[in-house]
Design a protein around this ligand. Structure first.
Ligand SMILES: C[S@@+](CC[C@H](N)C(=O)[O-])C[C@H]1O[C@@H](n2cnc3c(N)ncnc32)[C@H](O)[C@@H]1O
Length: 209
């Protein structure tokens, strides 16, 4: 198992039990995302964590597959799906790179609070662009730690990340700005059709292949 998978496995139970930090922003994320999805759509969510978002989106789509690098996160997601009697959501252990393969059949690929944690975003975008059908959507939300709006607490946290990584208390974290993130998505060949920020430091981006 990779260091990244081990890190997230260790944090999965706590992650599952943590309340959503900004409920209003979360609900708006769901609302905007639902507005792009149809009842027959095949959707893939990468870095789905414990499956909460995929399970909330599931009633409005044909099929949703949640994928995550952490087996423990996926175990919790599958348990949640069983507990809720869900029939159109499934969860599988896959790295983001592996999940790009699933994009071939998808009408939309989602990735929330994930890409600042990956060290291969450019390669993921290239693979996604290669695999997605023309017209299919890539919907993401990414904390951008280079933005001035990150706030004092996160500013301090950002400075501590390298130290925390040394002792296994933080994962790899990339510091995007909104401009850099959007530039990479358009450079990969996508057309951006919606951007907004909720909360202020997180960029929500809807892009079309
Ligand atoms: C901050 S959590 C976000 C979970 C969920 N998307 C959400 O918004 O609540 C990041 C998730 O990404 C997963 N992850 C991190 N790196 C990954 C990678 N390279 N491939 C797939 N999943 C990854 C972690 O296991 C974790 O579940």
């Amino acid at each position: 198992m990779t260091q990244t998978a081990k890190f997230w496995d260790k944090h999965a139970e706590k992650y599952a039990a943590s309340p959503i930090k900004d409920q209003k922003s979360y609900e708006y994320t769901l609302e905007r995302t639902r507005s792009y999805l149809g009842p027959d759509d095949k959707v893939v969510e990468i870095g789905c964590g414990t499956g909460a978002t995929a399970l909330l989106l599931a009633p409005g789509v044909g099929q949703i597959t949640g994928t995550d690098i952490s087996p423990k996160m996926i175990e919790i997601a599958n348990q949640r799906a069983r507990d809720g009697g869900n029939t159109n959501a499934s969860f599988e252990v896959r790295t983001a790179a592996q999940a790009m393969e699933d994009a071939r059949k998808a009408d939309a690929v989602l990735g929330f609070n994930l890409f600042h944690l990956t060290d291969d975003f450019e390669a993921l975008l290239a693979s996604l662009h290669q695999n997605l059908a023309p017209g299919a959507l890539f919907i993401s939300k990414t904390p951008c730690l280079s933005e001035p709006s990150i706030g004092f607490k996160r500013f301090i946290f950002r400075g501590l990340i390298p130290l925390m990584r040394l002792v296994g208390l933080a994962p790899y974290v990339r510091r995007f700005s909104f401009g850099e993130l959007e530039g990479l998505i358009t450079d990969a060949g996508f057309e951006i059709i919606e951007t907004s920020s909720f909360p202020a430091m997180s960029r929500y981006i809807v892009a079309r292949r």
